[in-house]
Design a protein around this ligand. Structure first.
Ligand SMILES: [Zn+2]
Length: 686
């Protein structure tokens, strides 16, 4: 007799949490198989029904289904990200293609689509509520965008393209990784002039890892290269590492990504054409807030001219520094970070190490909570619950009437079993269809874990990350919709960063920062002068940062706007795109095409790298609403923010939702101000 699988049992636990300690990796595959079969049977029952389709017997039945699959996969992917193991990774490799096939079969199920399409055609006569109409609309769009409305031959071609694209995406990422692994600039003690202690010890550890004991290695990881470029006074070595960094994926041989890019771009264009779009960018943006490549370009162009003008002025200042040091050369791409760092020091004299003691993790958590209390009336009470790792902590979240809002889990420290980065995820999403279900939301971060007995101290960037992820968490926790499809963060990718990026603004308000940025030993508030410097460095070097980002977003759109990309010369096309926008010679793209993983390793941001700036327009403009009201916590503005953004999931088209909150469409001015570009006049194109 084998013991019953805890994943398939009812979870009679506080908050309906998974019985973490009873679950082992070997429970997942059989649980997935059972859950997939159950979902398949539910879907088949709808698809093969003899009843004429109604909203209730089709859409609502689909929305009620898949419960076991949600439960099993939510837990699995939380663990795969935050607390993985060889056994979990093996299940992940095993189950990923199975899940992909399951999703393909769902969206290409002909009889099912015919029922949805029939409802969609009759949607005006069905007596639907606005939310039901939105759900039907979203179902229909998803099926159509996946190819459900195409003929058999086109669907088969689509499936083949999807499969090939998945392979190319994996290959692209592995090639970049291989190039990064195979290169290191091995240095002697005497080559380290200018490097601070932390960079030296990182280089030493990297050398040791590669078998060069007693030497120093600069690798092609961004943190390694960037700190070398920032601090090394050896111009010759900066040039060398910079060239290697830029050449990733373009070195010839088996890891060269240019053929991978050419084929990917071609297949994406073909897929878009099969689905009736002019280009891949048109296809991709059709279901985003931006709607068209022209709209995304309009924003990028507006920013580009100013950023280029501002970067030009920054360059002049850096060139003066070169001259003042007796340098007789024109500033090059490998010089920018070095002289910018010098200028930053001279101008602001800000030392990260003096900031950290004022940013204790627990204080910053309290600061993020108080912001939510002041804006939305939420309260947070620590809860002792068995979780998946002792470092994870839970809070019960209630509204001001004492009603349950959510369970929030914060898992802040890095460890070997956790993927890098920071993210929000969930063990359960909000809905009201299968009962009044409140969500279980997680924030997972990678802050350095302190030694036992020491406090956890954050950098200002870390604190900003904490607020960012907590903004996503609120989007999940405050969700107030009926249908699961629309809950929380299920919004377009150029809208989903609004709640998170917006939340970062409150960290910098005096009401929050002055109250919570206190020395961990003395509880003294951060000295005014330090606070001042910290906030002032924000717009420093923003011309450079905006240029290196925006160039990437523009080149991305160029590649994915091609209608018939045959036999693409990737290097030539990239150069042509940069020439067209008059890319400053002293600045390189943040990610060159042959190693641009956002676009080609999976494709999450293909034709959508603009999204970050699109969301930034929204968050800057949204925060300006509070400034205009004369109160960072203005109750009426906060109420609208909650109703139309944080609790609204995908109830409305994003543009409509934003207009309902702000009374108008977003304007770019607040973003320009935030980046310090408002006074920069666009340069002529000469
Ligand atoms: Zn985010």
């Amino acid at each position: 007799m084998t013991a019953p699988n805890p994943l398939l049992a009812d979870w009679n636990t506080p908050h309906g949490l998974p019985p973490f300690s009873a679950v082992n990796p070997e429970h997942f595959r059989p649980a997935f198989d059972t859950a997939l079969a159950a979902h398949k049977a539910e879907v088949e029952a709808v698809a093969s029904s003899k009843e004429p389709p109604t909203f209730a017997n089709t859409i609502e039945t689909l929305e009620r289904g898949g419960g076991l699959l949600d439960k099993v996969s939510s837990l699995f992917f939380v663990l795969a990200g935050a607390h993985t193991s060889d056994a979990i990774e093996a299940v992940e490799r095993d189950i990923s293609p199975v899940l992909a096939r399951h999703s393909n079969e769902f969206y290409l199920n002909g009889p099912l689509f015919r029922r949805i399409d029939d409802l969609y055609v009759r949607r005006g006569t069905l007596g639907l509520t606005p939310e039901q109409a939105r759900v039907l609309d979203r179902y229909h769009i998803r099926f159509v965008r996946a190819g459900a409305a195409l003929g058999k031959a086109a669907q088969e071609r689509l499936a083949a393209i999807n499969e090939r694209l998945a392979t190319l995406g994996t290959q692209f990422g592995q090639n970049v990784l291989a190039d990064e692994k195979s290169y290191a600039l091995i240095l002697e003690e005497g080559d380290l002039a200018g490097l601070p202690e932390f960079a030296k010890s990182a280089a030493k550890a990297a050398a040791e890892e590669r078998g060069y004991k007693g030497k120093y290695a600069i690798t092609l990881a961004r943190s390694s290269v960037e700190s070398f470029l920032q601090f090394s006074s050896r111009r010759d070595l900066r040039e060398k590492i910079f060239a290697a960094w830029l050449a990733r994926g373009e070195g010839g041989g088996t890891t060269d990504n240019r053929a991978v890019v050419a084929e990917t771009v071609k297949l994406r264009a073909e897929r878009a054409a099969l689905l009736g779009f002019k280009s891949f960018a048109d296809y991709r943006l059709d279901d985003q807030m931006a709607k068209t490549p022209a709209n995304a370009r309009k924003l990028l162009d507006e920013v580009w001219g100013r950023a280029r003008a501002r970067a030009g002025r920054e360059k002049d200042e850096l060139q003066k520094l070169v001259a003042a040091e007796g340098g007789n050369f024109a500033l090059a791409q490998w010089d920018w970070r070095y002289y910018a760092e010098k200028l930053r020091k001279a101008r602001y004299d800000l030392d990260e190490a003096s900031v950290k003691p004022y940013l204790a993790l627990d204080n910053m958590i309290a600061a993020a909570f108080e912001t939510a209390t002041r804006l939305f009336g939420l309260t947070f009470k620590p809860a002792t619950l068995p979780l998946y790792h002792p470092d994870a902590r839970a809070w019960e979240v209630k509204d001001k009437d004492g009603k349950d809002v959510a369970l929030f889990i914060g898992d802040y420290f890095s460890r070997a079993s956790k993927h890098s980065g920071a993210w929000m995820t969930s063990l359960r999403d909000q809905e009201k269809l299968r009962g009044n279900i409140r969500p279980v939301i997680l924030n997972v971060c990678n802050f350095t874990k302190p030694a036992p007995g020491e406090p956890a101290l954050l950098s200002f960037d870390d604190a900003r990350t904490l607020f960012h992820e907590f903004g996503h968490a609120l989007h999940g926790m405050l969700s107030d919709v009926t249908y699961p499809l629309l809950a929380g963060t299920a919004v377009p990718s150029d809208f989903v960063e609004l709640p998170s990026q917006l939340y970062e603004h409150w960290l910098e308000t005096p009401e929050i920062l002055k109250k919570y940025a206190r020395h961990y030993k003395t509880a003294e508030p951060m000295p005014e002068a330090l606070l001042d410097k910290l906030l002032k460095t924000r717009t420093f070097n923003q011309g450079f940062a905006t240029v290196e980002y925006t160039a990437c977003a523009l080149v991305d759109l160029d590649f994915h706007s091609l209608e018939k990309p045959e036999a693409l010369d990737v290097t030539a096309l990239e150069k042509q795109a940069l020439d067209r926008i008059h890319m400053p010679a002293e600045i390189a793209m943040r990610h060159r095409i042959p190693h641009f993983q956002h676009l080609f390793s999976g494709g999450g941001y293909a034709a959508a790298y603009y999204s970050y700036m699109w969301s930034e327009v929204l968050d800057a403009d949204a925060f300006a609403a509070f400034k205009e009201a004369g109160d960072h916590f203005d109750p009426a503005t906060a109420r609208r923010l909650r109703d139309y953004i944080y609790s609204a999931g995908n109830l409305r088209d994003p543009e409509e939702a934003y207009k309902a909150f702000r009374g108008r469409l977003p304007a770019v001015d607040a973003l320009l101000q935030k980046r310090g570009l408002a006074d920069a006049m666009p340069a002529g194109d000469a």
